[in-house]
Each structure stands twice: as C-alpha cells, then as structure tokens.
Design a protein around this ligand. Structure first.
Ligand SMILES: Nc1ncnc2c1ncn2[C@@H]1O[C@H](COP(=O)(O)OP(=O)(O)OP(=O)(O)O)[C@@H](O)[C@H]1O
Ligand SMILES: [Mg+2]
Length: 242
C-alpha cells in the first residue's frame, strides 16, 4: 500500500535526520516506529505526509510514486492518508462538528448534510457525539485528540499516520485515546504509529521498527524486537524505557 524507498532528509546541510529509510507497509498492517528522541521518527512521517520534502528517495502509494514537484498532484495522491499529530490542531473558532465537516465539504465536495451524518458517525465512534456543538477549548486534551482522530476518519483514509498522539496528554487521558486507536486496529485499519507507549506498540503492532540517528537499525515482530533481538542498541533503549 505504501512503499518507502531509500528516503533521505538532511536539515541545514548537516543534520542527517533520515538516512536510507525503507519500509513497505501492506494493507491492514500496523507498524510502530520507536527510538530515542531525535532519531528521525517524525521526519519520516512528515515526509510521508508532505510536510517535508525528502532530499532523496521515493514514496509509492499503491504503486504510484508521489510526485514531489507537483504539489497539487501530490496532495491528491495523499488523500488516502489521515494524520494525527501530538498537538491536536483543531480549529479553535469552529465547533467540533464544524471541525469535522469543513474538509469533507470544501475538499471532497460533500453536501453539509452528508458531511454532518458522517461526522456524527465518527464522533459516536470516539465516544463524543454529545460534544458536537462545543468549541474545542471546552474539551479536555484527550477529548480534543479523539476529535482530531474523528476528523481524520471523516476523510475516509485508507491509512492513518499517528505521531505521538498521546504524548501531550495527562496519564488518565492517554488510555481513552489509545482505546480509540485500538478500535481502529481491530477494524483492520492500516497504520504507522510513532509512540513512546511501548506496551501499546507491543500489543497492537504487526511490526516494530527501531530508529537511531536517522537509520532504521531493526525491524521485526513485537516478539522479535522485545525478546529476541541481539542488537545491543535496541536492548539498551528498551531497558531504559520499560
Ligand atoms: N525543521 C527542522 N530543522 C532542522 N532540524 C530538524 C528539523 N526537524 C527535525 N530536525 C532534526 O532532525 C533530527 C530528527 O528529528 P525528528 O523530529 O524526526 O526526531 P524524532 O525521532 O521524532 O524525535 P522525538 O522523539 O523527540 O519526537 C533531529 O536531530 C532534529 O533536531
Ligand atoms: Mg518526533
């Protein structure tokens, strides 16, 4: 579904944020990216999302390379992806419902009614149908993040990308957001997740990739990464964070 080939990204001609990163994500697969701070996890996701342009490498979506030089075309190619980042980035001047309907109406040309029905379906799914008319500032961080997930789902993505969706949340809210993501996993959604929640990554991932200094040092099943790898860097990292 997504095939990332030899991705490279250097910042300011010196920081090699991502080096020769390759990853093939099959339909229905859940991949977690783990690794120390600054290892390049977000940069990989940002390149996939189109927030950064790689210096080298290709990203194929269903066999077709994203055309980095044609912004309009690239945006169209990326419509199969939904993104949820650490900070919820909801529109503060719009109600929850409006946050969910604005893109389906303006980008996909849906009618208001159709978009609202869809929005209510996904708000229900994340347990927030009673918050449709609230403004985001009235919601807790965990609720805002669940709205952000519902908003992404309203665009009917085939793959969801999460960059530390719970790291800005208080502990008691982490669980409610992870539960929503777990639900999507059970539904068979394809996902790439960057997370510091190691137990969650272990539970939901088909494969886990470990990054350090921009390089993927290991990739394998949770059992392989947590129990079998001989890679000392991976073991040291897991010893520290678990
Ligand atoms: N816009 C930027 N300009 C300059 N350097 C950047 C930029 N974005 C990232 N970097 C650098 O690239 C490297 C990789 O950063 P990245 O944010 O991808 O790491 P990360 O694995 O997501 O870290 P964290 O776990 O802290 O979120 C770091 O050295 C970072 O300082
Ligand atoms: Mg990051």
């Amino acid at each position: 579904m997504i095939d990332i080939i030899d991705l490279n990204k250097t910042f300011n001609n010196k920081v090699e944020a991502v080096k020769d990163f390759s990853l093939k994500v099959e339909k229905g697969e859940v991949i977690s990216l783990i690794g120390p701070s600054g290892s390049g996890k977000s940069t990989v996701l940002r390149c996939i999302a189109g927030l950064e342009t790689p210096d080298k490498g290709k990203i194929l979506i269903n066999g077709q390379a994203i055309n980095f030089r044609n912004e309009k075309l690239a945006r169209k190619q990326r419509t199969i992806m939904g993104f949820v980042f650490q900070h919820f980035n909801l529109f503060s001047n719009m109600t929850v419902l409006k946050n969910l309907t604005v893109a389906p109406v303006n980008v996909q040309g849906k009618s208001e009614q159709e978009a609202e029905e869809l929005a209510m379906k996904y708000l229900k799914r994340v347990g927030l149908e009673d918050k449709a008319d609230e403004f985001p500032s009235k919601l807790s961080g965990g609720q805002q993040q669940r709205v952000a997930i519902a908003r992404a789902l309203c665009m009917n993505p085939e793959i969801m990308l999460f960059d530390e969706p719970t790291s800005a949340l208080d502990p008691e809210m982490i669980k409610e957001v992870l539960n929503v993501i777990r639900d999507l996993v059970e539904d068979g959604m394809t996902m790439i997740i960057v997370s510091h929640e190691m137990n969650f990554a272990r539970e939901v991932s088909d494969r886990i990739a470990f990054l350090e200094n921009g390089k993927m040092l290991e990739i394998g099943t949770p059992d392989y990464i947590f129990n079998q790898t001989e890679n000392q860097r991976v073991k040291d990292f897991l010893d520290k964070v678990l």
